[in-house]
Write a protein that binds this ligand. Structure first.
Ligand SMILES: [Ca+2]
Ligand SMILES: [Ca+2]
Ligand SMILES: [Ca+2]
Length: 523
């Protein structure tokens, strides 16, 4: 208990040291509303269900440690849409009926903010649903919607391709039987791309952003941000100069309405491309670090730290600072971290340690904190299964008939069981979040990698000077003794336990197999 109180005291002290952009020291939590918690027995998660679980995420009281302690949520699409996932919007002003009413959502904003939880919405504006009235009217050449989408009487000169290959040549051009013309749809015919060469479309999106910012939303996650404006087939389909400019202008617009609005981009590419979106500090506020996601998993799986250190060596050569990248383990488009880590809780713990001691704003995917299992298979639905709350019926997710089978092994691997077990993955996440908050160095941008003499042990320091934090993570199953001369003869404090130890002149850092140390020099 004493160590918890200590951590909390540090947290309060540290608050004043944090930078003014709230997202720089925040930890985000990605929620798929349909799978989080069902409040009304229809088998689908909903907004009221999220309200019931806010105290689980952060109860707003820094003294209690029964909650996870996250700072912000990224809601996957909440707007009206014909699909189960919502990445094809029909009405950007309406909460999907299956999730609740506008009043429910207003209450959610209020209750989240009361607890200090910020909310960012998934904004899917590269394309809409083909059922969106804008598209229906555009296909009928009804003004002002005639040029809201990218139309062509013939398939323009190529080479036009799909984002991840496959699908055959020119399948990004779909034929409208209504208008008897082709329309550009980079993902599939049900998701026509909006035409941002038409200024009216930009104005339409600005109106939507303004509406939600004024309602109290704290930012947006920008879906498919690389594909906004195409300047020809092939290389012109992504990361075009016009796309970068559009985002720069959009960020300026959002900041004018509320300077605390945060934009995080999904720019799923190598960091050489991702870093362009920093745009001299005038582009997006954050972009997801897909390279580091696979780097962390590769370190833990392969007992080899080289990929992680290479990623940071490369970043030093790129224009964006370390704080621009948002690290994560997995998201709704990828296999669950637990699946990638061979359903091994030891590995899941090490991945959590690396994730939450890295520079940049970390994002957790719901369920990751309890090691949510994923059945093998390629369907996206398997990456988005209901949250395992208890060992009861339907994993405590619903008392109705769940929209999808709950995660396997929910008994015994669920929130309720892991909260009671001090050695659980959940309790490790909770402690890591508290320590990250208590020591601002861990949320800062500085990172220096240490040569541990052993690829299985990833070592690095965070921050500078006397507050520098040392992290050592041993991905092998054998105990290691690492020689770090800087620590010899010093009084060492251990951040996770609150303990300390006087190191001898020839001391070695002892890191047990499948374990880690987070420490600093006290004297
Ligand atoms: Ca429901
Ligand atoms: Ca609390
Ligand atoms: Ca586009």
């Amino acid at each position: 208990m004493k160590r918890l109180i200590l951590v909390v005291m540090f947290a309060l002290l540290a608050n004043s040291l944090f930078p003014k952009e709230w997202w720089k020291n925040a930890v985000f939590y990605e929620i798929f509303i349909r799978s989080f918690y069902d409040s009304d027995e229809d088998g689908k998660g909903d907004v009221k269900g999220m309200i019931e679980k806010l105290d689980y995420l952060n109860d707003g009281n820094p003294k209690t440690m029964s909650d996870l302690g996250i700072d912000a949520v990224w809601l996957m699409p909440a707007f009206e849409s014909p699909s189960y996932h919502g990445y094809d919007t029909v009405d950007y002003y309406k909460i999907d009926k299956e999730y609740g009413t506008e009043a429910d959502f207003d209450l959610f904003i209020k209750e989240a903010h009361k607890r200090g939880i910020k909310i960012i919405l998934d904004l899917v504006i590269n394309h809409t649903s083909a059922n969106n009235p804008w598209f229906v009217k555009s296909a009928m050449k009804e003004d002002p919607y005639t040029d809201y989408y990218v139309w062509s009487q013939t398939i323009p000169e190529g080479p036009w391709g799909k984002p991840w290959g496959g699908g055959g040549a020119n399948t990004v051009w779909s034929f409208s039987n209504v208008r008897k013309e082709y329309y550009y749809s980079i993902f599939w015919s049900g998701m026509p791309d909006l035409n941002y060469k038409n200024k009216a479309v930009t104005q339409e999106i600005y109106k939507i952003a303004e509406y939600w910012i004024k309602k109290g939303i704290d930012g947006f996650r920008l879906d498919a941000a690389r594909y906004l404006i195409e300047e020809g087939g092939g290389p012109g389909q992504s990361d075009s100069p016009a796309t970068l400019k559009w985002w720069r202008d959009f960020n300026a617009f959002c900041k004018k309405i509320n300077p605390n609005t945060m934009l995080v981009g999904e720019t799923w590419e190598a960091n050489t491309i991702v870093s362009k979106y920093y745009d001299g500090g005038k582009g997006l506020d954050l972009c997801f670090d897909f390279a580091l996601s696979s780097g962390i998993l590769a370190f833990v799986n392969g007992k080899n730290s080289v990929k992680v250190t290479e990623i940071f060596a490369q970043k030093k050569t790129l224009p964006a600072p370390n704080g621009f990248y948002a690290p994560f383990l997995s998201n709704h488009d990828q296999f669950r971290a637990m699946n990638m880590l061979g359903n091994d809780f030891n590995k899941a713990k090490l991945a959590a340690v690396v994730l939450l001691t890295m520079p940049g704003t970390p994002f957790l995917y719901y369920g990751e904190e309890v090691g949510l299992f994923q059945n093998s298979g390629k369907q996206d639905e398997l990456k988005r299964t209901p949250m395992p709350w208890t060992s009861g019926a339907n994993a405590g997710f619903t008392s109705g008939n769940p929209w999808a089978p709950p995660a396997p092994y929910a008994d015994p691997y669920n929130v309720s069981a892991q909260q009671k077990d001090p050695d659980s993955l959940w309790n490790l996440y909770r402690m890591l979040l508290a320590v990250r908050k208590a020591y601002p160095e861990l949320a800062g941008e500085d990172v220096e990698f240490i040569d541990t003499g052993d690829k299985a042990v990833l070592g690095y320091t965070r921050g500078k000077g006397k507050n520098k934090v040392f992290v050592f993570v041993n991905a092998s199953d054998t105990d290691k003794n690492i020689s770090i001369p800087e620590l010899n003869g010093k009084l060492i404090g251990f951040l996770m336990t609150g303990g300390q130890e006087q190191y001898a002149k020839d001391a070695k850092v002892y890191v047990k197999g499948y374990s880690f140390q987070i420490m600093k020099i006290k004297k």
